[in-house]
Design a protein around this ligand. Structure first.
Ligand code: C5P
Length: 236
């Protein structure tokens, strides 16, 4: 069976894609299926961790032994993560969080207007920024290294070199301990079963590339890296 190397650890994984409501029947969303986050949760549980999965709009079965908190929007995701945070050893932010939300929610369905001259009429939607939840988590832990914080990035590029350059910049900007950079646009990632990722750590020149491989294999590699970080930095 799998190693029990996450025994005694409490891990928090966010998964899926947030939805930002416009009115009772419409939302702004994204193409994240939640498969990678669910695979991370399943593998962590199988390796002995206590797992809290904050799940945004994924229609996937809950892996055995995983506690799920279902949320819809970015602000709800932020609240759920903050609530689950005490005692968590590592946070993996695999969710695709909307960067923007409609400024106003319309209590009634937004209607088309009819009549002469109204054929082209359409409302504009004003957006406001959502908080960067990952950046907030990094800021809130101050100078300590607890919990470990793992970020995800979906990067496009003409080749892996391009993707790595963007990913390294994001790692520096976000200040997390590990960045999982997905190469998108090469027929992998969103909704697919296979991914190609680069695992990057601050201060390490060499990225570890995994895949194309199943999201379960990618998940195992992420947890291997986390276990290694705990070994390399005692006391966290
Ligand atoms: O900047 P970008 O959206 O590419 O960063 C992706 C990473 O940041 C992911 O780990 C995602 O979960 C997280 N994120 C966040 N809050 C946002 C946007 C992204 O935590 N508003």
């Amino acid at each position: 069976g799998p190693p029990a190397d996450l025994t005694g650890r409490h891990v928090l994984v966010s998964a899926g894609g947030t939805r930002e409501p416009l009115d009772p029947v419409r939302f702004l969303g994204n193409r994240s299926s939640g498969k990678q986050g669910y695979a991370l949760a399943a593998v962590a549980a199988a390796r002995g961790a206590r797992v809290t999965l904050v799940s945004a709009n994924a229609s996937l079965p809950v892996p055995p032994g995983v506690d799920v908190v279902e949320i819809e929007t970015a602000l709800e995701l932020q609240d759920a993560v903050r609530e689950a945070l005490p005692g968590v050893d590592v946070i993996v932010m695999a969710a695709a969080v909307a960067d923007f939300r409609p400024r106003a929610y319309q209590d009634n369905k937004i209607k088309k207007t009819h009549g002469p001259g109204q054929e082209d009429a359409a409302p504009s939607v004003e957006l406001v920024r959502n908080p960067d939840i990952l950046a907030g988590l990094v800021a809130d832990r101050g100078t300590g290294r607890t919990p470990l914080i793992v970020g995800f990035a979906a990067e496009t590029g003409d080749d892996s070199g391009d993707v790595l350059t963007h990913a390294r910049a994001k790692l520096e900007r976000k200040g997390c301990d590990l960045l999982v950079a997905n190469e998108v646009g090469r027929d992998v990632t969103f909704g697919k079963d296979d991914s190609l990722v680069h695992l990057l750590r601050p201060g390490q020149d060499e990225a570890r590339t995994v895949g194309p491989a199943s999201k379960t294999v990618i998940a195992a590699a992420v947890w291997d890296e986390v276990v290694q970080l705990w070994t390399a930095v005692p006391g966290v």
